[in-house]
Structure formats: structure tokens, C-alpha cells
Design a protein around this ligand. Sequence first.
Ligand code: 13P
Length: 252
Amino acid sequence: MRTKLIAGNWKMNNNVSDSLKLVNELNDLIKGEINAEILVCPPFTALYAVKQKLENSIIKLGAQNMHFESNGAFTGEISPIMLKDIGADFVIIGHSERRQYFNETDDLVNLKVKAALTNGIKPILCVGETLEQRERNMQEETVKNQLINGLKDIDDKNMNNVVVAYEPIWAIGTGRTATSIQANEMAYFIRDTIKDLYSLNISQNLLILYGGSVKGSNAKELMSQSDIDGALVGGASLKAGEFVSIIQNAMQ
Ligand code: 13P
């Protein structure tokens, strides 16, 4: 039985005080027995401050990106060691916005996934097709290539610490959600691909998240699908009430 993971990707939003306000609200709202893992991914500048508020919380901390090297002359970059040092449990790798605006290739994504695993941080590997690729019925080929290349040289043991997020690019920030059938079909395809690349056991344990315009009102339908194990939430994770509504709906 896979435990659901609901992750908030705050993207380039929230300064330190906004971040502390949001995490305090979440701590107040998310209490008691929760049958899901909850994760927030603030911008780099707020990670340390947010971590201080999570000491007695079930909410975990994630970053939105990182460099693959441990240290050195890489002006402007943040390393896995630095993220581990401030207590990050997860890191989002290969988000479509990084692939699109910062030219991240599958090879670079692969280096980052490996570096996260080496440093004991769980990578959330993002995959997903463009609208054009879906219209040409190339979504499976696209996602399969992203998986094969992004997971190159990752062994069975490390694979147990990888999370995959399926985020169709046409559904991100557009208000246009993939239907639960479309999302589950792709989650199933991802699991099947992992079964071929690794084993049935690893594929059955893999957490597969859906991301793209998830909100309280569609979370129940999406999260109840057989192969969807959680959500990577953008815009709706910036409001405590909406994020908690997603969590509650996901657990039903
Ligand atoms: P939205 O939920 O704003 O569509 O963003 C999804 C996303 O990109 C999460 O990583």
C-alpha cells in the first residue's frame, strides 16, 4: 500500500515573511492523524526559515531545484550538500519550467537525480508532454524517453527513493486539468515502464504524482485513481485553506 504524497511547489512566490505565514497556517490546519505525507517546496531564500517551523510538524521540506555538483565555482547555484545541511528531504528535479526556460536536458536532469540520491535527498523527477506532443499522440513516447534518460544508471536500491511526477505541460497554470482518465492512463504507463526498466516490485512501490491545475474541487477525483499516489500542486498550494482542502480530498 502506497502512502499518498501531497506536495506544494511554491515556485518563485513568497518572500520569507509570506513563507512563514503560510507554513504557520499549514501547521495549524494540518494536525493529528494524517494518512499522507505532506511536503512544501518554498523558494531557496525561505527554506531555512521554513525548516525552523517544521521541527514538530509532519510537513516535510523540499527544494525546487539544485546543482549536481557538491561545491565549487558555480556562481548562483545551490548544491545537494547545502540542501541536506538545511534539512531538505526532497528536491523537485526537471520541472517543465526548468526544462523550458533554463534549457535543462534529460542528461542534466539525470545528473541532478543521481546527485540528490547520493546525498540522501529524494528526487521528484518531473515528466510530461507539451500540448503539441499530445495532439500528435506522442505523450507516451515523450514520457518514456524522459524516464529512460532521466533515470540512467540509477540502481534498484536508489530507485526506491525516487518519486515521479507526471505534469502535462498544457495543464500547468492553465486551469486546464488532465481528466482523471488521462492522468491515470499516463500514471499506469509510467508504472509499466518502470516495471520494464526495473522490476514489478519497484514499480508497485513507486510513488507517482499528478501535477497541473490540481485544486480542492478536483483532487478527490484525481487522487482516487488507481495509479495516482498524490499531487504536485502549484498555484493552489499558495493558499493554506486550498492546499489543506486538496489534502483532505486526496485522503478520502
Ligand atoms: P499549477 O498547479 O499551478 O498548475 O502548477 C503545477 C505545477 O507545475 C506543480 O509543479
